[in-house]
Write a protein that binds this ligand. Sequence first.
Ligand code: NOJ
Length: 574
Amino acid sequence: MSQPLSPVAGESRSRPQGPASGTRDGAWWRHAVIYQIYPRSFADADGDGMGDLAGIRARLPHLVDLGVDAVWLSPWYVSPQADAGYDVADYCDIDPVFGTLAEAEQLIAEARQAGIRTIVDLVPNHCSDQHPWFRAAVAAGPGSTERDAFHFRPGRGAHGELPPNDWPSNFGGPAWTRVTGPDGTPEEWYLHMFAPGQPDWNWENPRVATQFDDILVFWLERGVAGFRIDVADNLVKAAGLPDLVDYSGESPQPWADQDGVHAIYRRWRSVLEEHSRPGDEKVFVGELWSDRPERFARYLRADELHTGFNFDFLKVPWQAPAMREVIDATLEAHGPVGAPATWVLSNHDTTRHVTRYGRADTGYGFDRAARHGSPVDLEAGWRRARAGALLTLALPGSTYIYQGDELGLWEVEDIPAELLQDPAVAGTGGADPGRDGCRVPLPWSGGTAPFGFSPDGSANEPWLPQPASWAALTVAAQAADPGSALVLYRTALALRKQLPAFGDGPLDWWPEGGRAQDGVLAFTRGADGKLACIVNQSGQGIRLPDATEVLLASGPLGDGAVLPPDTAVWLRRE
Ligand code: NOJ
């Protein structure tokens, strides 16, 4: 047994332009490590308390040091920010709170120069009620061609005072809002599956489809590497918008996973192919909250989306048998369509996994209110999050890191109610605690807030308050600490680049490494099975197999080659 590699701090910052991991076979996106930037919370250069593009550009060296292949930016478009930018008023320009289109172009180019591709967030299910087409639709009145770009319907009841159907909004209340005519009388209702400020597009209308072709091309021509597609399975609604109580279709709801949606993605794929070159493929990643692997895989057929977020893995509890089941199901579903899996532990909508893994129930569920504020063992959460990082980076396919994962940030659950901005909070009258707790601005340096998020002496505080104890979790503090989460992530990403067997390719469960039913996930990677990952979820120390060299461990090993509980290792088998 040899000792783990000592973590490599301060990797070289400039990498050659071109495929991010040139030594590997296959397209870059089949094994990429992709970092999600939530622009309003990443870095604030102008001191208004809200992150911006100048802040991202200034902090690119952090991403180079970390060693990611690409970034996915949550929406940066012109928006009234009714849902933190997922309400788009202009898909082809940047919101002034974030910067300008010229800065976006500079950011894409500078990142590419540093070896990092840019994936932008596309929101095709809905826009903002301030989008010019929606404003025109309201003004044009019932029966107009303008209204046909959205779902306008007369209400039910004697005076049209009831919503047209029984669909609920994701943010509470009905999915319909009634507009008033020019004389102030109530008139038709429009559909919004999210906030009232987010009217759903009618994808049966050919003008809507043409508009999105143009939006794709607009950003491709500005050098983006691809698109993350918001609520990718919701675009097409069941014909006639039937009541949920009466619906008996193949999909669970009349607003999700309708067969017609696949034609949209086939059309988009051909747009993307026209802009792809070998070694510079453009890609789609779909936000697909489907719990039916066979339906999920339909989106990943060769002429549709390249990848989809694997939320089953995000939801699964920190338990080896359950995790193994999800890993198997994921690989089985992806195999026949030839798409690589993705692995994701956190994002801007879900409870940060340090917190999740520190609770008695380590799974993720949409019943946020029930889980919010339940006791968290942070030490356990951190240990498991570190082990989870090595696990996800060892699984076949691409891995997503949500900003702050690399710092071990936890969910902030004590934000004062009056500062919460998630529309889900107001929409449910406060019953839903919302998603602001995972969106708190990053701590970069220094001993007090804003921890370098905004420049010293800025007039405005960060848009959400940062916990004082994040002083210990800043990038600067962790870069200087060889035992930190940041150094672990940097080391793991650097090592993963040198080990082409990680990423896309075969996985074999490794009986000698331990068994899931005994609380151990152990698998080998690559055709020769020489690389292995073991994650100990058994609650007690286990002896590492003989004839192995430890390449990296998520925490200290015990004497006599013992892998402690909630710890993962990467091994080379001799
Ligand atoms: C999914 C996004 O990730 C989330 O933040 C947003 O609120 C909804 N889609 C609506 O766009």
